[in-house]
Design a protein around this ligand. Sequence first.
Ligand SMILES: Nc1nc2c(c(=O)[nH]1)N[C@H]1C(S)=C(S)[C@@H](COP(=O)(O)O)O[C@H]1N2
Ligand SMILES: [Mo]
Length: 301
Amino acid sequence: MAHRYRSSLTWDDVTPEHMFLNRRQIMAGAGAALGTGLIGGKAQAQDTLEPNTFEEITTYNNFYEFGTGKSDPAANAHMLTTDPWSIEIDGLVDNPGTYSLADVLDGMTIEERIYRFRCVEAWSMVIPWNGFELADLLNRVGVQDGAQYVAFETLVRPEEMPGQRRNILEWPYREGLRLDEAMNPLTLMATGIYGRTIPNQNGAPIRLVVPWKYGFKSIKSIVRITLTDEQPPNTWNMLIPREYGFYSNVNPNVDHPRWSQATERPIGGGLFSGRQETLMFNGYEDEVAHMYEGMDLSVHY
Ligand SMILES: Nc1nc2c(c(=O)[nH]1)N[C@H]1C(S)=C(S)[C@@H](COP(=O)(O)O)O[C@H]1N2
Ligand SMILES: [Mo]
């Protein structure tokens, strides 16, 4: 099912959504037949997820570089130039350097993955991503002994990012993961949605997707990845540490200081669909709970 990235992909070159869903069903069937392998298990879990429409995924966004309203990114992100693009990979790696996006993508297998995406503001979507495992990239650049965390930074370009002309956040937007979280096979670097090139408002040309964490950990339009031995600062924790921790794992049992995290509102679910219960680790408990054994998750929120 995995296919190589085609840089010639254009907006006209889209996978019709019903075909995309058929492919997912076929993959889920193959996974079931293969038994209990990781891929099979993932495909089966994903089979129960009903994806949001492309329209919903690309018009209700958070991307403060383009404004603080949910419709601001769709309105303003067309100003962003995403080609050429490069990513600096530095810190505790064997092969530090400035890599063009083409260098980064070369040799990577772009897969399709449907993940539930849950924002801290208590709404959720289900998004069919195209991307590769961050672990594959980290293994390629060579993680050195002593590295314990991965830090990420978004582009700073106020000429094209009107939100950056104001001090709403401290720019660049930053995020971080513990190394084992970064190496978990669920952690993706996404370059597409529904088989199309990822739209600017969703984090073009490349963004992180960490499905068991609140949405703000999934940093967009990445220009720097640093391997480090210290827990890196992350934007929302720097701003309001009491409300946003470093881990930010989806956890219905730990409330945000200003609201409950026990339920969520699925976007596009229809007027009468109502809220649904939020699942521990956003439903990915089997795949990730082992990383937090022995940790008090109400302290490490
Ligand atoms: N650079 C950057 N990345 C970001 C944000 C942002 O403001 N700037 N917002 C975060 C938040 S709060 C959420 S909920 C998700 C939203 O992703 P989506 O718009 O693709 O659904 O992006 C995250 N990544
Ligand atoms: Mo969010």
